[in-house]
Design a protein around this ligand. Structure first.
Ligand code: FAD
Length: 515
């Protein structure tokens, strides 16, 4: 008998999961997605992390297959504005750190400081973002020569397990267009789609899900139920009553208000990055798509009323916001104690969410799906598989939590209660030790969160240098080195950037050709 899976929910999580399960197992399992037309999707979640290309590659999709259909753009970095002080800007690029004489270039930068901008001195991507350039030449070649894209070199499908592949970019896309695209992909490959409401969940005598009751399609039974029902957590949280571990003691933002702002990108250009602009009670995201900007204010209800947040967002956007309808969202910040309980796995918002900073929601979905494929249940040893899965996904989200705490803790900004309180909140014990270590030496493998959570030590380095609120010093040993080679590398970054800016097309031009 074939194993069967019912996925509850047709948002980004539901369709990513179904498409991926189909790509992984083909016809060897049956997959059914049930989604409601009455209950909407969250309607945000449009910036991704640089691991996401593994997902599309695994599905056998090239950029020209899906990007134009989803109004997608490239994302090379997160641009952080006003986190240190008003007017301050720095980038967290998806670009590996250069090493000189065994020492990361940013350590050298601390000693040599050719300018006050570590990002432009040490990386190429900030230059491309400022210039709204494409990461690809018009013939499709990537700007980063070291990055191998030869398909013959990787005839197999890669996953996050190949953690050494750091793609130099991620994407922005229209989440509802992506869900439509993945629906077609999955349905064409045999996934069954049911449009209906699940109105009840029946458990058996062991407390496992026996079946779902729908309004118009009767009972749905499966070996495994994947809960992608969003913050409602209809199966994992409601039916199975799995406890939820809140992260709000450390990360207080629990609301957002979002707008979709039409924009003429041919005129404005498309900056290839997400921008995160600090505000009095949180921060505002700016996500450029082909035909519009997705923007929203993420804030803490303890510090700001929804009406005030909407006013601030509209003022930030300017006249283009006039007449647009705002989407107010409550966020549940934290994770289910276990994401996989009995015969139910929660993926997406139903199982946990940290907050949108650094765009980790879709990364956590991708990670969970990949882990589900690795730990997919059979007839025996299921509890061992469940434990392995739960440990892996819990570690990933806890790591993301720690990385995001750094943003508030490490921001020099302390001009009101929101930002001052951010410095007083308790941090996890291990993180307190790590924060101390960074004052003697920038973060490295030994002094960052030790389990896989996508962020590499260089990301922590960028944040520590950019945020400006943690006292940092270069390692004393560097003063004993000859700095000539490091000086040379710092000059080389600048020269390479100038050369690239002369040859790369704008992102708007490249994407119009891709269409
Ligand atoms: P949803 O989109 O809420 O989908 C839930 C689905 O379940 C819907 O189809 C609904 O119809 C269905 N459903 C629910 N109950 C029932 C029922 N009883 N019967 C039938 N169907 C049902 N992530 C990123 O990676 N990058 C970002 O930039 C980003 N920004 C974000 C900004 C905000 C403010 C928030 C809150 C989240 C953001 N995220 C981001 C996270 C991202 O939006 C989500 O991880 C992603 O959209 C997945 O959502 P989901 O599919 O889990 O839930």
């Amino acid at each position: 008998m074939k194993q069967s899976v019912v996925v509850l929910g047709g948002g980004t999580a539901g369709w990513m999961a179904s498409a991926y399960l189909r790509a992984a197992f083909g016809n060897n399992i049956d997959v059914t997605v049930v989604e409601s037309r009455r209950i909407g999707t969250i309607g945000v979640g449009e910036a991704t992390f640089s691991t996401v290309r593994h997902f599309f590659d695994y599905l056998g999709l090239s950029e020209s297959d899906w990007m134009p259909e989803c109004n997608a753009t490239y994302k090379l970095a997160v641009r952080l504005e006003d986190w240190r002080a008003p007017g301050d800007v720095f980038y967290h690029p998806f670009e590996r750190m250069r090493i000189v004489d065994g020492v990361p270039l940013t350590d050298w930068w601390q000693r040599l400081r050719p300018t006050e901008r570590f990002d432009h001195d040490c990386f190429l991507i900030p230059w491309l973002c400022d210039a709204k350039a494409s990461p690809r030449h018009l013939d499709g070649r990537l700007f980063e020569q070291d990055f191998a894209e030869d398909p013959d070199r990787q005839p197999y499908r890669t996953t996050l397990a190949e953690q050494n592949t750091q793609f130099p970019y991620a994407y922005h896309f229209d989440a509802s267009l992506l869900a439509d695209f993945l629906t077609r992909y999955a349905v064409e490959r045999g996934v069954r789609q049911i449009i209906d409401d699940v109105v009840d969940v029946r458990l058996d005598e062991r407390g496992w899900i026996d079946h779902l009751v729908t309004k118009g399609h009767g009972e749905l039974r499966a070996d495994l139920y994947v809960d992608c029902s969003g913050f409602r957590s209809r199966l994992l949280g409601q039916a199975l009553d799995e406890p939820f571990i809140s992260f709000q003691d450390a990360l207080p933002n629990d609301r957002a208000v979002a707008l979709r702002v039409p924009v003429d990108t041919a005129v404005e250009g498309i900056r290839p990055c997400t921008t995160a602009t600090a505000q009095d009670a949180g921060w505002i995201w700016t996500i450029p798509l082909l035909d519009r900007i997705g923007t929203g204010y993420v804030y803490a209800a303890d510090y700001c009323e929804p009406e005030e947040a909407e006013r601030v967002l509209r003022e930030f956007v300017g006249p283009a916001a006039d007449g647009l309808e705002a989407n107010h969202i409550r966020m549940r910040i934290g994770r289910s104690r276990r994401a996989w309980v009995n015969n139910c796995v929660g993926i997406g918002l139903s199982a946990g969410f940290v907050e949108p900073l650094q765009s980790t929601g879709i990364f956590l979905i991708q990670h969970a799906i990949e882990q589900l494929v690795r730990y997919f249940p059979g007839t025996e040893r299921e509890s061992v598989l469940r434990d392995g899965y739960n440990l892996s996904v819990a570690r990933a989200i806890e790591g993301v939590r720690e990385f995001l705490i750094l943003h508030y803790r490490g921001a020099a900004r302390a001009d009101n209660d929101y930002w001052r309180d951010a410095k007083r909140r308790a941090v996890p014990d291990d993180m307190a030790w790590r924060l101390e270590q960074w004052q003697g030496k920038l973060p490295d493998n030994d002094t960052t969160y030790p389990y896989y959570h996508a962020f590499e030590p260089y990301s922590y380095v960028c944040m520590a240098l950019g945020l400006g609120g943690i006292p940092l010093h270069h390692p004393p040993a560097l003063d004993l080195f000859d700095a000539a080679r490091a000086q040379h590398e710092l000059s080389r970054v600048r020269e390479q950037a100038q050369a690239l800016l002369k040859t790369l097309p704008s992102q708007a031009e490249y994407l119009s050709r891709l269409r």
